[in-house]
Ligand binder design. Structure first.
Ligand SMILES: NC(=O)C1=CN([C@@H]2O[C@H](COP(=O)(O)OP(=O)(O)OC[C@H]3O[C@@H](n4cnc5c(N)ncnc54)[C@H](O)[C@@H]3O)[C@@H](O)[C@H]2O)C=CC1
Ligand SMILES: O=C(CO)COP(=O)(O)O
Length: 329
């Protein structure tokens, strides 16, 4: 199989290495010449990792490398997905399986990302769309530490192909056909991870975090089921699994953003200084607006929204969660 990875960031690089370790032909495309040169020439991606990467991974800034790919793996942040896939699909010469690994929603239309992709990539160039999502920090995958994710698709055959393409001794891929539930789960857990970080940065303890994660799972499930997802998905890798790793790990940029916001007692500095990919801040806005429209109760999301977009003090937001009407839940 020829696989083209779009995006030379941390997740694209870690997944490219899984594929190269599995003896697949993998070429990365990146917009950033420094990342591309580092991968192609130095076999490193120093911006994100200290470790050397598999020498069989190639990288280029020329998007025509996507041309005859069997599989295209989109590994760019949500806000760049539309632009990158629109340009890439112009170069495709045959139908490919499109894999998405971004976690979020379209910032304007609020659509799930597989829906966005189905509208961008012309039907004759798209064999199937698969999301490869689950609890997986790039910093650990690049070190070949054990990781499990789901290949999520309504196309069973394509999900199986991707499952076998990626699975190896340290990377295990399951399958899930609940596209709606899974895509929503991995997007909302980033909002919960910001809240978890806020608690940590505000000096709260393990009890608070366990409470937040449990109620966060209830909130994710309520929202996902209301939009057509399956309840059982939230007990799997794209629900509680991804929630646990993101709400507890210092590798998580969402958790660390919340942590810093908690320490700073406000989000102002985060907005002024952040340069990292923190998907939860965008997902929070989408979920807040959609839940309001659909009358879905989302207390944690509402408080994270108030901190991020209305200048509310983080500890006040968390205290207000504790002080909610006891009859509400
Ligand atoms: N890093 C991780 O551990 C994981 C990340 N993800 C998801 O993967 C997606 C990608 O994130 P990361 O690789 O972590 O981000 P990153 O911040 O490590 O890298 C982002 C990459 O996208 C590129 N990029 C940004 N804007 C672009 C544009 N307009 N056109 C072309 N390239 C552009 C950057 O140059 C960089 O190479 C996110 O949605 C994230 O939630 C999912 C699971 C794990
Ligand atoms: O999605 C992830 C882990 O599953 C990565 O989390 P962050 O984007 O918060 O770093």
């Amino acid at each position: 199989m020829k696989i083209c990875v779009l995006g030379t960031g941390s997740w694209g690089t870690a997944l490219a290495q899984v594929l190269a370790d599995n003896q697949q032909e993998v070429i990365m495309w990146g917009i950033d010449p420094c990342e591309v040169k580092d991968i192609e020439v130095n076999h490193h991606n120093t911006k994100f990792f200290e470790t050397e990467i598999n020498h069989d991974i190639h990288a280029s800034t020329d998007l025509s490398v996507v041309a005859n790919a069997d599989v295209v793996l989109a590994a760019v942040p949500t806000i760049a997905l539309e632009e990158v896939l629109t340009k890439a699909s112009q170069h495709l010469t045959k139908p490919a399986i499109i894999i998405n690994v971004a976690k979020g929603f379209h910032p304007v239309t609020h659509e799930r990302l597989s829906v966005v992709i189905s509208k961008i990539v012309p039907q004759e160039k798209c064999k199937a769309i698969v999301s490869l999502i689950g609890p997986s920090h790039a910093e650990e995958v690049i070190l070949r530490l054990m990781t499990s994710v789901n290949a999520v698709s309504d196309n069973e055959e394509a999900a199986k192909t991707i499952q076998h393409l990626f699975s190896n001794q340290y990377f295990r891929v399951y399958r899930n056909s609940d596209v709606i539930g899974a895509e929503i789960g991995v997007a909302i857990k980033n909002v919960m991870a910001i809240a978890s970080g806020i608690l940590e940065g505000s000096g709260q303890g393990d009890n608070a975090r366990a409470g937040l994660m449990t109620r966060g799972l209830a909130e994710m499930t309520r929202y996902g089921v209301a939009l057509g997802g399956k309840q059982e998905t939230y007990l799997g890798l794209d629900g509680v699994g991804d929630l646990i790793v993101t709400c507890t790990s210092r590798h998580s940029r969402n958790f660390m953003a919340g942590y810093q916001i908690g320490l700073d007692q406000g989000a102002k500095k985060f907005w002024e200084e952040n340069k990292k990919t923190v998907e939860g801040v965008f997902a929070c806005k989408v979920v807040y607006e959609e839940a309001k429209k659909r009358n879905i109760s989302m207390p944690i999301t509402n408080e994270v929204y108030a901190v991020l977009y209305e200048g509310k003090a983080p500890l006040d937001a968390m205290r207000d969660l504790m002080a909610r009407d006891l009859k509400a839940e």
